[in-house]
Design a protein. Structure first.
Length: 282
């Protein structure tokens, strides 16, 4: 892969012309942007002129910014490149590059669009870009699976094993330690949402149940308080102390005794003439 990167980014491999300090070089250039590079610890000045192959003609080309999204690089450690100058070639043909620098300075003229196309045509670079894009697409899916797995693990009961690590407890493991388990919804003889008894477990006629298999008011009140056993019918409850409130609410108040009016005896009429004396006066 290092050789492939060198072929795509290293100006020593992708140049269209190479020139030494104090010399000149002739090259056939395309009408595109061209840039001249030297090593980072060197300096130089360069001029580019159009030529007919035998002599130079016209004035030197004006330098251009020749902006590019890519900069030359190499896999060699400590080796960097700097741009000396860049030109926008308008007509194709022979051009002469002149370098004003020390004799030990080497410069490389690079066809910038060709360097970019060579990088994009590298299979290793395309593979790296594809893996990066695939990672960006898969990252949300991976995060969703990670959070769902953590949420599922959080619902399990963990215990410290003999080796000091956390291990999940099996569904029946808590019963071995004497921890009671809450009754599951499908184990109840009634629906905890609607309060209706299930068809297969409906109590027989005569039980303390409301019409149409619905719970009584006392059972609904017990269910609202979280008393599952108190919400069961009497014949389905386990032996144990009963709810004092339920027993009190079911106690029948004694009927008041009927009060009898005391009998009165009418006085017997006297046989004397007392009324006559009262009528006649004294």
């Amino acid at each position: 892969m290092g050789g492939t990167l060198n072929e795509a980014f290293d100006p020593r491999s992708t140049n269209v012309a190479e020139v030494s300090g104090g010399g000149e070089a002739l090259s056939d250039l395309r009408p595109v942007c061209h840039a001249l590079y030297v090593l980072a610890d060197q300096s130089a000045n360069a001029t580019l002129l159009q030529s007919d192959g035998w002599s130079t003609s016209g004035t030197p080309l004006e330098e251009s910014e020749c902006r590019s999204e890519w900069e030359p690089m190499t896999v060699e450690r400590g080796v960097f490149f700097v741009r000396v100058a860049a030109w926008e070639v308008e007509t194709s043909g022979e051009h002469l590059i002149q370098l004003d620098a020390d004799e030990d300075v080497e410069a490389w003229l690079v066809d910038v669009p060709a360097m970019e196309q060579g990088m994009l045509s590298s299979p290793w670079v395309l593979t790296a870009f594809a893996l990066c894009g695939f990672g960006v697409l898969v990252l949300p899916v991976g995060l969703t699976l990670l959070f769902s797995e953590r949420r599922r693990r959080g619902q399990r009961i963990m215990m410290v094993a003999a080796n000091g690590q956390l291990q999940p407890v099996s569904p029946g493991g808590m019963e071995a330690f004497g921890v009671p388990t809450q009754p599951r919804e499908h184990d109840l003889p009634f629906d905890p949402i609607t309060g209706a008894y299930r068809q297969a477990e409906r109590p027989s006629t005569g039980a303390d149940v409301a019409p149409d298999g619905m719970l009584t008011t006392e059972q609904v009140y017990a269910l609202m308080r979280g008393d599952i056993e108190g919400a069961l019918p009497p014949e389905a409850r386990q032996d144990g102390p009963r709810d004092p409130f339920v027993a009190t609410s079911r106690r029948v108040a004694p009927a008041p005794a009927e009060s009898t009016a005391p009998s009165t005896t009418a006085p017997e009429p006297s046989s004397g003439k007392d009324w006559q004396s009262w009528d006649e006066g004294p």
